[in-house]
Design a protein. Structure first.
Length: 448
């Protein structure tokens, strides 16, 4: 059975052998979309179950994205040593085990145990994302790599929408008490309410964990064709090819100021995206008093649909407008929308925060591609830095929670506005960045 490891000097498999592996890999984009956006529901649920402040509920995303941060590099090394397929199977196993850990966490009624389970899930997703993106570029005819990536990406926001719908239907109870009503409950009734809410996620994650582990068995059983990584990145002027493969590659990246700015921009972008989605349910209930959590979750679903629409629209616009210029315009629009959300309130503010998803949709892959311009043989090392930059998803939501606790959840939307301003500044710098010998725009695209 082939392990999916790269063997550059062997012929690629014939087309019929690609169909099933491609279908399996495309499904992974859906699966991690489900996990990512179930977190947005969990933040609202855990806030009730454990009587959390906003900054404490934001630790859901901190635990999740710390898993990405710590496992991105080990995942890349594992895939390089044992092959893409082995990394995917391990990633699915970790994902499934993390989901199953929700069962004992719910039995213990321990918030820290839930956070630990989310860390394990994210560790598995780090292996999946590190392997699935490059695998889609080499699994099949090289001429069709871009189309395969676009197809795979389309399933990621579909998974995100599915995750929110599952959470809305099976996790959110719809039972919400005001502070006055909670104070009026007897200690026994209050304890029962907290316990019921803590148990709400147990069955959904149990089913999810079993499905993911079953999928790991399917991937393990399917024969993958022998693969080639494709041509190496073309060395660019001023880049030391020999240095790229050793420890001096780190120092080489430090000399690329535009790349370093890209890592910073990616940190703030992911933080803004995760922050807006994490607190959109909370924001909806603040902007429109009396809104139930299930209705608020529907607004989050609408936001994710806008994100998916923006991805397709942005891709089409890039055929006419340079990517960095388009991203700069979108970033400026999002800064304005966040200010409207912070100080407008009501339906106007909610509409503005939902609309940010449309304009943020192109930012992750565009920052990724612009950052890698001109790196030549340092491209792969630089890519791992950009993946690790998603640690912003752990930091920014906590910062938003702190601002919310001190002021209001509406004012906290200034924080992602600042983040989008950083992305806008990077897009301006991108107009003067070195242009690589070949277009990396879709070669390195990722799915956040």
């Amino acid at each position: 059975m082939s392990d999916g490891r790269a063997h550059p000097h062997q012929h690629q498999a014939t087309k019929p052998k690609w169909a099933i592996p491609i279908a399996l890999i495309v499904s992974l984009f859906f699966l991690w979309g489900v996990a990512n956006n179930l977190n947005d529901v969990l933040i609202a649920q855990f806030r009730k179950a454990f009587d959390l402040q906003d900054w404490q509920s934001g630790l859901v995303q901190s635990a999740f994205y710390l898993g990405y941060f710590f496992c991105a590099m080990p995942a890349a090394l594992f895939a390089r040593r044992y092959g893409y397929k082995a990394a995917i199977v391990l990633g699915l196993a970790l994902y499934g085990i993390g989901a199953l850990l929700f069962y004992p966490a719910a039995e213990l009624r321990a918030y820290s145990a839930f956070l630990g389970a989310l860390f394990v899930i994210a560790s598995g997703l780090a292996f999946l994302e590190t392997s699935a993106n490059p695998l889609m570029t080499v699994l099949g005819d090289p001429a069709g790599a871009e189309r395969r990536l676009n197809l795979a990406q389309a399933f990621n926001p579909l998974g995100s929408v599915a995750g929110v719908l599952v959470g809305r239907q099976f996790i959110l109870s719809g039972v919400e008490y005001t502070p006055e009503q909670l104070a009026a409950l007897s200690p026994e009734a209050l304890a029962r309410f907290r316990d019921t809410e803590a148990m709400a996620a147990q069955s959904s994650y149990l089913v999810l964990g079993l499905l993911v582990l079953l999928w790991a068995v399917v991937v393990f059983a399917v024969r993958f064709p022998t693969l080639s990584d494709g041509p190496e990145e073309r060395p660019e002027e001023g880049v030391d090819t020999a240095a790229a493969g050793d420890g001096s590659g780190f120092r080489g990246l430090l000399r690329h100021r535009h790349f370093l700015f890209g890592v910073v921009a990616q940190f703030f972008y992911v933080g803004a995206q995760v922050g807006v989605w994490s607190f959109l349910i909370r924001y909806s209930q603040h902007a429109l008093p009396g809104t139930g959590e299930k209705t608020a979750a529907a607004y989050l679903t609408l936001s994710l649909v806008a994100f998916m629409a923006g991805r397709f629209a942005g891709t089409a616009l890039m055929g006419r407008v340079p990517a960095e210029r388009l991203m700069g315009v979108f970033a400026a629009i999002n800064v304005t929308l966040c200010l409207v959300g912070a100080f407008g309130g009501g339906w106007l503010g909610l509409g503005a925060m939902i609309a940010t998803s449309f304009f943020m949709s192109i930012m992750f892959p565009t920052i990724f591609a612009l950052s890698l311009r001109g790196l030549g043989p340092l491209t792969k090392l630089g890519s791992s830095w950009l993946v690790m930059a998603i640690i912003g998803g752990a930091a920014i939501p906590v910062a938003m929670g702190r601002v919310s606790d001190m002021t209001s959840i509406a004012v906290a939307m200034v924080v992602p506005g600042v983040c989008f301003a950083v992305v806008g500044a990077f897009s301006l710098a991108g107009r003067t960045a070195p242009v690589g010998g070949r277009d990396e725009r879709l070669k390195v695209v990722a799915t956040h």
